[in-house]
Design a protein around this ligand. Structure first.
Ligand SMILES: Cc1cc2nc3c(=O)[nH]c(=O)nc-3n(C[C@H](O)[C@H](O)[C@H](O)COP(=O)(O)OP(=O)(O)OC[C@H]3O[C@@H](n4cnc5c(N)ncnc54)[C@H](O)[C@@H]3O)c2cc1C
Length: 309
């Protein structure tokens, strides 16, 4: 029986592991289906993590976090958690290898995944020109033309990253101005090879057996359609939370959530179920930043100790 089971090894899960083990819990395991670090390891450039003056990649930022946690006794199980249930004050986790593990308390910190833009051709050409990770796939388009769909911080940051590799980067956004911070937009404005296309919808991603060959966009004011010849399309239109492990056999969820599936928590990261905590991008009103996810994780780790006492 684990004292504390942490699901997800991103900034929230790792920090909860650090605080709970360093605070005295002996039997804490973090279940992470991949390598620890979380989604930030896909980012090419972090410049807003406090105290980190040099601009680093996500991989660099997260490099030492698992090692620090291990020092205080956090165990890492490279396994997916398929389901969490609770009965008689005991949680049961069903793992990807179908083993079952019991725990006295649980943190769900599974974060989020890219939202599809639901554009015709997006699913068909995913992995064949359509991508949601510029750091992972940008290099394939060295010296070529690509498009970015989206207008938030991630879309703008990744357009800048691609501009250093690709010949031309079209950034297409359906609104009349970018949602990204003015600082990011200012940085983007300095790149002459980023062509900003506002108030346009993307109607279709087109291609052939070799992969993506273009994108059909439509001006929202004039309804005029245009084809952009690009070989890569990077979609950054927001993220969906990963709450599947909370789904019960009868289709209900283990704890309360809002209409977007984000877990409702209080300031102590308590969910509606005693002993179940949620932290990071998966919780309601999450600012979706590393420092915030990490702060949530610290709170959850401290609160798990109090709960078990
Ligand atoms: C391209 C990009 C750029 C970004 N840029 C910045 C930035 O500049 N500054 C900033 O502060 N933030 C940035 N962010 C946001 C930041 O990465 C997130 O807010 C943060 O990582 C959230 O942390 P988390 O621990 O809640 O979740 P995540 O980082 O998503 O970690 C969740 C982990 O849980 C694992 N997992 C999921 N489901 C399961 C399961 N069922 N079983 C086991 N493991 C599971 C996943 O593999 C993942 O490792 C960026 C994100 C992206 C994608």
């Amino acid at each position: 029986m684990l004292d504390f089971a942490i699901i997800g090894g991103g900034p929230a899960g790792l920090t909860a592991g650090l605080y709970s083990t360093r605070g005295g819990l002996q039997n804490v395991t973090m279940f992470e289906k991949g390598l620890p670090g979380g989604q930030i390891t896909q980012s090419s450039e972090i410049e807003n993590y406090p105290g980190q003056i040099e601009v680093v990649t996500g991989l660099e930022l997260m490099d030492k976090w698992p090692e620090q946690c291990k020092r205080f006794g956090l165990k890492h199980d490279m396994n997916e958690v398929l389901q969490v249930t609770k009965s008689n004050d005991v949680f049961t986790l069903t793992l990807g290898n179908h083993e079952k593990v019991e725990a006295k308390s649980v943190l769900i910190a599974t974060g989020s995944v890219p939202k599809p833009a639901n554009i015709k051709g997006e699913a068909e050409f995913f992995g064949k020109g359509v991508s949601t990770c510029a750091t992972c796939d940008g290099f394939f388009y060295k010296g070529k033309d690509v498009a970015v769909i989206g207008g938030g911080d991630t879309a703008v940051e990744e357009a800048i990253f691609l501009a250093n590799i690709c010949k031309t980067v079209y950034i297409i956004h359906r609104r009349d101005k970018f949602r990204a911070s003015p600082h990011e937009v200012e940085k983007m404005n300095k790149h002459k090879n980023i062509i900003q296309i506002l108030e346009n919808n993307t109607n279709e991603i087109i291609g052939d057996t070799t992969g993506v060959t273009g994108l059909i966009i439509e001006d929202k004011k004039t309804n005029e359609q245009k084809t952009l010849d690009v070989l890569g399309v990077f979609v950054f239109v927001g993220r969906d939370v990963l709450n599947a492990p909370l789904k019960q056999d009868d289709g209900s969820f283990l704890c309360d959530m809002n209409e977007s599936g984000e877990v409702i928590v209080n300031l102590n990261m308590n969910t509606s179920v005693k002993g179940l905590f949620a932290a990071g991008d998966i919780r309601i009103d999450a600012p979706k930043q590393v420092v915030c996810a990490s702060g949530d994780g610290a709170i959850a780790g401290i609160q798990a100790i109090s709960y078990l006492q």
